[in-house]
Design a binder for this molecule. Structure first.
Ligand code: F0G
Length: 352
C-alpha cells in the first residue's frame, strides 16, 4: 500500500489544484475514526458513536487540512507573505506550513486568550506573533483590512481554499465508515469547518460515493453563541478559547449547512464542555482541547432531549489535541501527589 501523501494528493480530483500547484504538505489527514462504546453506553446508549480525532494532524488540529491548500495556492500565486487572525490553531498551522513554504507568516491573536501550546507552536515555527489587546473578531477585522491590498495573503477561512482543504475530513469519514453518518456533530467558532464538512458531504454524494448526507449539528459555547442567539456577541466569553468568537466569518454558510441538511446549531455551557472534555480523556483515552469537546457536550444534550433515533450513527469531530491547552487540564484535574523518595512513603500514600 502506498503511504499516505496528504490531503491534496489523496483527494486531488475534489480540489482546485493543477499540475502547476506546488504542494506544501506535512502529510496531514488520514486521522483516526474511532468507535466510542464506553462513552456511548453512558451518554447515548441507542447510538453508534464515532470520534474523528483531528488532534492527530501534524500541528495537532484540523486546520492543517485547510492550510496545506491555502499555503500551496499562495505559493503558486507568488505572494510575499501570509497573514491570519487566530484563536490559536490557525496561527499554529499557518506558521508551520508557511515556514515549510519559505514564506513569512504574520499572525494576530487576542492577547492572553490563546492556549499556551498554540502560542508556542506559532513562535517555534518562526511566525511574527502580534498580540492585540482585543478579541478574535477585532483581530480578524484588522487582518481583512491589511490583506485587502496585495502585500499579504489572507489565510483565514475567508480564503476559499481553506474550506476546500477542510472538506476532505468529510470525505475521509465516509471512506472510513463506508457510508455517511446519520448525524455529524462539530464545535462552531468562526463557522468555517461545519460549512466545509457540508460541502464535502454534498460533493461526495454528487460523485456517487455516498447515498445520503448527514444532518449537520453545530455547537457554540453559551457565552459565544452569536448564531444561536441571532446577533453578534460583542464580548464573547468561554473557557473554550478556540471558539471564543462573537461574529463568525462563515455565519451564513453555516446556517445554510444546517438548513439544507435538516440539522441545527445549538449551545452548550462551559460546564458541559468541561464534563465532556474530561469524559473523553478518562473514558475513551482521547485527549482533546476544550473547544473540541463541545461536539460531545452537544451530543449529550441532544441525546437527552431524544433527538437521535434508535441505531443512528453519530460522528463527533474532535478538532484539536488536548496538549494544546495544558493549563486547563492541570487546573481541573485532581492534584498530583508528592512524597519522599522511599518505598515506604509511596506505600503509605497508596494506603492512606
Ligand atoms: N475547534 C478548534 C480546536 C478550533 O481551533 C476552532 C477554530 C474550532 C473548533 C471552530 O472551527 O472556526 O471553523 O467554526 N479555531 C480558529 C483559529 C478560529 O483561529 O484557530 P470554526
Amino acid at each position: 500500500m502506498m503511504p499516505w501523501r496528504g490531503v491534496i494528493e489523496e483527494f486531488r480530483k475534489f480540489l482546485p489544484v493543477t499540475e502547476q500547484t506546488p504542494v506544501v504538505t506535512l502529510c496531514e489527514g488520514n486521522t483516526p475514526l474511532i468507535r466510542a462504546n464506553r462513552l456511548a453506553k453512558r451518554i447515548c446508549p441507542h447510538v453508534e458513536l464515532y470520534l474523528k480525532v483531528e488532534g492527530a494532524n501534524p500541528t495537532g488540529s484540523f486546520k492543517d487540512r485547510g492550510m496545506t491548500l491555502a499555503v500551496s495556492k499562495a505559493l503558486e500565486k507568488n505572494v510575499r507573505a501570509v497573514m491570519c487572525a487566530s484563536t490559536g490553531n490557525t496561527s499554529a498551522a499557518a506558521a508551520a506550513y508557511g515556514g515549510r513554504a519559505g514564506l513569512p507568516v504574520y499572525v494576530l491573536v487576542p492577547a492572553g486568550k490563546v492556549a499556551l501550546g498554540k502560542l508556542a507552536q506559532a513562535m517555534a515555527h518562526g511566525a511574527i506573533v502580534i498580540q492585540i489587546e482585543g478579541n478574535f473578531d477585532q483581530a480578524l477585522s484588522i487582518v481583512k483590512d491589511l490583506c485587502a491590498n496585495e502585500e499579504f495573503e489572507l489565510v483565514n477561512s475567508l480564503n476559499p481554499f481553506r474550506l476546500e482543504g477542510q472538506k476532505t475530513a468529510a470525505l475521509e469519514v465516509c471512506d472510513q465508515l463506508g457510508r455517511a453518518p446519520t448525524y455529524h456533530c462539530l464545535p462552531v467558532g468562526n463557522a468555517g469547518n461545519i460549512s466545509a464538512y457540508w460541502k464535502g458531504y454534498k460533493e461526495y454524494r454528487t460523485a456517487g460515493q455516498i447515498a445520503e448526507c448527514p444532518k449537520m449539528m453545530g455547537f457554540q459555547a453559551q457565552g459565544a453563541a452569536p448564531i444561536v442567539r441571532g446577533h453578534v456577541v460583542e464580548q464573547p466569553q468561554t473557557v473554550a478559547t478556540a471558539i471564543r468568537i462573537g461574529n463568525p466569518a462563515s455565519w451564513k454558510l453555516a446556517e445554510q449547512a444546517v438548513a439544507e441538511s435538516s440539522g441545527a446549531i445549538r449551545m452548550v455551557t462551559d460546564e458541559e464542555i468541561l464534563d465532556a472534555y474530561q469524559a473523553l480523556a478518562k473514558e475513551e483515552g482521547v485527549f482533546c482541547e476544550p473547544a473540541s469537546a463541545a461536539s460531545v457536550a452537544g451530543l449529550t444534550k441532544c441525546s437527552q432531549a431524544g433527538l437521535f433515533p434508535e441505531g443512528a450513527t453519530v460522528v463527533c469531530t474532535l478538532t484539536g489535541h488536548g496538549l494544546k491547552d495544558p493549563d486547563i487540564a492541570v487546573e481541573i484535574s485532581p492534584k498530583t501527589l508528592t512524597v519522599k523518595a522511599t518505598r515506604e512513603d509511596v506505600l503509605a500514600l497508596l494506603r492512606s
